[in-house]
Design a protein. Structure first.
Length: 342
């Protein structure tokens, strides 16, 4: 009996030690950097009058820290709780809680200054993104476009780029509205946009076989479609044409090859010597022709179940198209469009 009691007590002691070790491990985990290997700079905006709870929630929601309570404890323990500053700050997931606390409430790096709200619409090419950023006084267009050529540099940070062998990041800078701090570099802005793309890609990665082909198709759909409900249909039209060895003949790809969006293309334009000319080259172009939004990406991944091979804008419409699988009907639709637009 005595021996049994000793064994029971010993087992209970081991269980208690295990529980204490587990609790200590969990507490220790809460205070560690979110990702020691992620040196990407993330932007966090602290409004005037924000308290510790607000800041902790923002950091936790943006996945900068592991635990909001642990962050508040660090602020309190270091007498920083009442010294939270307002403004825009750059923080990293590889930082300790104290390093982040010092930036936001201590003597760390001060905010870069005011932020500029920049909207990048779906379908913007890199050149148009660069122009808009320059117009906002953020970076020079030339510097931004040069940075977009450093594809290999960003492959180290983003797995989705690992099999992309394109000359630029065209197609992978996600269109959205960004709050960009004055003084941000082209690299920092590109990182913000690639992070946004990665958020979308993470939702669909398990379904994607060839990301470059998907985004290339999505970029053409983005430039051709005007109505949300037509995106999956237009995506399927192009896929059907590829299956039947019919050239895509997308005017959007010609405009990209020309480097300008001409309202009307001439016969000479259609003969331009470029791998992006889908009137003279089979299949998809080698890379995206713009930066598509989520709707066009999803539509290209899940196209409609239709057998259409052609589409023409409906005269006097809001961008709607007439679709057909019969070539003669297509010619009639095209004739009808021209007669109403000449």
């Amino acid at each position: 009996m005595k021996k049994r009691r000793i064994i029971t007590i010993t087992v209970l002691i081991f269980i208690l030690i295990a529980i204490i070790w587990k609790i200590n491990s969990c507490v220790s985990w809460m205070y560690k950097p979110y990702d020691p290997n992620d040196d990407t700079e993330y932007t966090i905006e602290i409004p005037e009058g924000s308290g510790a709870s607000y800041v902790a929630k923002e950091l936790y929601d943006k996945k900068i820290i592991r635990n909001g309570t642990a962050f508040k404890d660090v602020l309190k323990d270091n007498d920083l709780e009442k010294h939270i500053k307002s403004g825009t700050f750059k923080v990293k997931k590889s930082m300790t809680l104290l390093e982040i606390a010092n930036i936001i409430a201590g003597e760390g790096e001060a905010p870069k200054g005011e932020t500029v709200k920049v909207t990048i619409p779906e379908g913007f090419e890199l050149t148009r993104i660069a122009q808009r950023l320059e117009e906002k006084g953020l970076v020079s267009s030339e510097d931004f476009l040069n940075e977009c050529k450093n594809v290999d540099k960003y492959k180290e940070k983003y797995e989705f780029l690992s099999n992309i062998n394109n000359e630029t990041l065209e197609g992978f800078l996600f269109p959205a509205t960004y709050d960009i701090a004055m003084g941000s570099s082209s690299e920092e802005i590109i990182t913000m946009m690639l992070n946004a793309f990665n958020n979308i890609y993470s939702k669909i990665s398990s379904e994607v076989d060839d990301l470059n082909k998907l985004i290339t198709l999505a970029s053409i759909v983005e430039r051709e479609a005007k109505l949300e409900e037509e995106r999956p249909i237009i995506a399927k039209v192009f896929l059907n044409r590829i299956d039947k060895n019919i050239r895509l003949q997308s005017c959007a790809t010609i405009q990209y090859a020309l480097g300008e969006r001409k309202p009307k293309l001439s016969n000479e334009d259609l003969k331009i010597d470029s791998p992006y000319n889908t009137y003279t080259h089979d299949g998809l172009p080698p890379a995206p022709i713009c930066n598509p939004g989520e709707a066009s990406i999803v539509a290209s991944l899940h196209p409609a179940d239709v057998d259409y091979l052609y589409f023409v804008v409906k005269p006097g419409s809001d961008g709607a198209h007439n679709f057909s699988s019969d070539y003669n009907k297509f010619l009639n639709d095209k004739k009808d469009y021209k007669s109403n637009n000449d």
